[in-house]
Design a protein around this ligand. Structure first.
Ligand code: LIP
Length: 273
């Protein structure tokens, strides 16, 4: 399998989907709730997903696809049993999109035997595109500059770290950890925290060295797959809270510049209270 061809097609489709998202943004974006009340889905999500999934089905008919909204696939299930799996979040940062904030993106990843090896995150309102190919590094284009290589930060002292996190839609339901205990342990020890509202963009900001680390629980594979490849190829580390590999289909993810990983996992791994 030529991974470069996969990356090129993912970039093409992410830009097409991004243009559709820009066309559909506006003050009167209509939305529905899915699952719990605060989990939103829009016609833009579905239109962007159709563009990406139709393109992937045409270019790679024997590959499987796992896409958030299930527009042409089954929600939450790969479309087939291939060892190659495309993982698609057509609009990550949906709440930002609905409320008129520019922090949203189309994220497309390709996993081989369960390990993401290609990642593309395109943020159309920011004019930024992040990408990575396993073994070939991570790159970014935008902010008025040409394409350039990405590298995580060199911050070594936890007290100097700018970190980010997020909150699960169903934090009040199911008796889930709502992240406030973790924030209570981390915030006093780091420089500051940010909450952007898009896991994929949060991961890209770790890869670019803007953030020194990020953590979140209860995300879906399509919220993290692309950004995780980009972090790893920028020299960063990705794990679950316990420092293991159950971050793609598990219920926790930590991404850092590597130097801060053990300290952050130690703070997150402590029992609540
Ligand atoms: C979002 C994530 C974000 C998380 C939100 C939501 P969506 O994904 O990107 O990090 O805090 O709860 O899961 O729903 O915009 O694709």
């Amino acid at each position: 399998m030529k991974l470069q061809r996969c990356l090129d097609e993912a970039l093409r489709l992410a830009h097409l989907a991004g243009a559709e998202l820009l066309r559909r943004r506006g003050a009167e974006v209509s939305f529905e709730s899915k699952g719990v009340r605060r989990e939103l889905v829009t016609a833009a999500d579905r239109a962007a997903e159709r563009i990406v999934v139709e393109g992937l089905q045409a270019a790679f008919p024997d590959h499987a696809i796992l896409a958030e909204e299930g527009v042409l696939t089954t929600v939450g299930e790969p479309s087939s049993g291939s060892e190659w799996l495309w993982i698609v979040d057509p609009l990550d940062g949906t709440t930002n999109f609905v409320h008129g904030l520019p922090f949203y993106c189309c994220a497309i990843a390709l996993a081989h035997r369960g390990v993401p090896v290609v990642g593309v995150v395109h943020a159309p309102a920011l004019g930024e595109t992040y990408s990575a190919l396993s073994g070939a590094g991570a790159r970014m284009s935008g902010r008025g500059k040409g394409e350039r290589a990405l590298s995580v930060s060199s911050t070594a002292a936890f007290e100097d770290a700018l970190l980010a996190t997020g909150f699960s839609y169903n934090r009040n339901e199911l008796g889930r950890d709502d992240n406030t205990a973790s924030i209570g342990r981390v915030l006093p020890r780091c420089r500051d925290l940010r909450r952007l509202g898009s896991a994929e963009l949060d991961l890209c900001l770790v890869a670019s060295g803007t953030y020194d680390g990020y953590w979140e629980r209860y995300l879906q594979p399509y919220d993290v797959a692309a950004g995780a490849v980009i972090v790893r190829e920028a020299g960063g580390r990705v794990s679950d809270y316990a420092g293991g590999d159950e971050w793609l289909f598990g219920d926790s993810i930590v991404a850092t510049n590597g130097a801060l990983h053990a300290d952050l996992c130690e703070l997150l791994g402590r029992p609540a209270g």
